[in-house]
Design a protein around this ligand. Structure first.
Ligand code: SF4
Length: 314
């Protein structure tokens, strides 16, 4: 894809915040919701115990009610609008009538201009796809897919419980319905080299989703990953065990490499994480989010670079 230089100003990359501001003409904020879903990886239909990095609340540490969140945000940014973000666990893992009722309820709240629905690629049966297609026509919508890695060997060890082919099918089905997709990748997974992480980024870049969410791997207490973290220097971790835990500078370098390779029009939804410090085992430097974000800007500046600079996607 042709790169047009740094069109992102001091950000150096296409942040979803800036993109939404242009699209809606105001600040658009996400309301993080826990609609009470579970996940096929936890309830036994695909697996038990969940993905090894996932804590019991399924990534919904800050999820709370819509009116409460709107009240708080409205006090700070009275001109803002909201996207109802169904974040915790698998938000299409229910009958379509239940989903419709939840989505309609969210859209009826003052200032809510759209929906973001996080799910698994193996939880998008035909009737759910049709429902999402209906919301795509009615409102602003994106669907988030937790891919994490393109490497099935890693995915199996993570207990993700679906192969890459299922993700490919889901992407094709969503794209055939013009539904925006946001793909999650985790950087820093055990059993993965830096090269493998870049391969995941290249693969996703070539599919050209609406957005990409780059997560730093957080080792959270009371997860299977936390057990592995304790075992990492022992023989019990397995003969082919490999896990390089990034220092802050290494992580920043990798993020900038990834962003340089992604097409410029892909929106970037996250480049670091927000783990509750009391539950985080590693990496502890990640709690200083500001320092990570500043480091990324500095590295772009040092390289005189921007998102898409070395993108080879046609
Ligand atoms: S699919 Fe998502 S919610 Fe389910 S266990 Fe994995 S990370 Fe957690």
């Amino acid at each position: 894809m042709k790169t047009t230089g740094n069109i992102f100003g001091s950000n150096h990359f296409n942040t979803i915040g800036s993109w939404l501001k242009k699209e809606f003409g105001c600040r658009v904020m996400k309301l993080s919701l826990d609609a009470g879903f579970t996940c096929p990886n936890r309830d036994g239909s695909k697996g038990t115990g969940g993905c090894i990095f996932c804590s019991e609340d399924g990534a919904g540490h800050y999820a709370s009610d819509i009116p409460g969140q709107i009240r708080l945000l409205h006090n700070k940014w009275p001109q803002g609008s909201y996207i109802a973000y169904f974040q915790s666990h698998t938000n299409t893992y229910a009958p379509t009538e239940t989903l419709r009722s939840l989505f309609d309820q969210a859209l009826s709240q003052p200032g809510v201009v759209g929906l973001a629905v996080a799910t698994r690629p193996d939880c998008l049966p035909e009737d759910v796809l049709d429902l999402l297609s209906e919301y795509e026509r009615r409102t602003f919508l994106w669907v988030e897919l937790g891919l994490q890695t393109i490497h099935d060997s890693t995915a199996q060890r993570l207990n993700r419980c679906y192969p890459l082919a299922v993700f490919d099918q889901a992407m094709a089905a969503l794209s055939a319905r013009n539904i925006r997709t946001v793909v999650h990748l985790i950087l820093g997974l055990p059993w993965e080299t830096r090269e493998m992480m870049l391969q995941s980024a290249d693969y996703v870049g070539a599919l050209h989703p609406f957005g990409v969410k780059l997560h730093m791997l957080h080792v959270m207490r009371n997860t299977a990953l936390a057990d592995l973290y304790q075992l990492r220097f022992s023989e019990n971790a397995g003969a082919d065990f490999y896990w390089h835990i990034f220092e802050q500078k290494e992580y920043i370098d990798l993020i900038v490499d990834v962003l340089e390779r992604l097409p410029q029009d892909i929106t970037i939804h996250r480049v670091t994480g927000d783990a509750p410090p009391e539950e985080l085992l590693a990496p502890l430097w990640s709690t200083d989010k500001r320092s990570v974000l500043n480091g990324i800007q500095k590295e772009f500046k040092r390289r005189d670079s921007w998102q898409g600079r070395s993108c080879t996607v046609p």
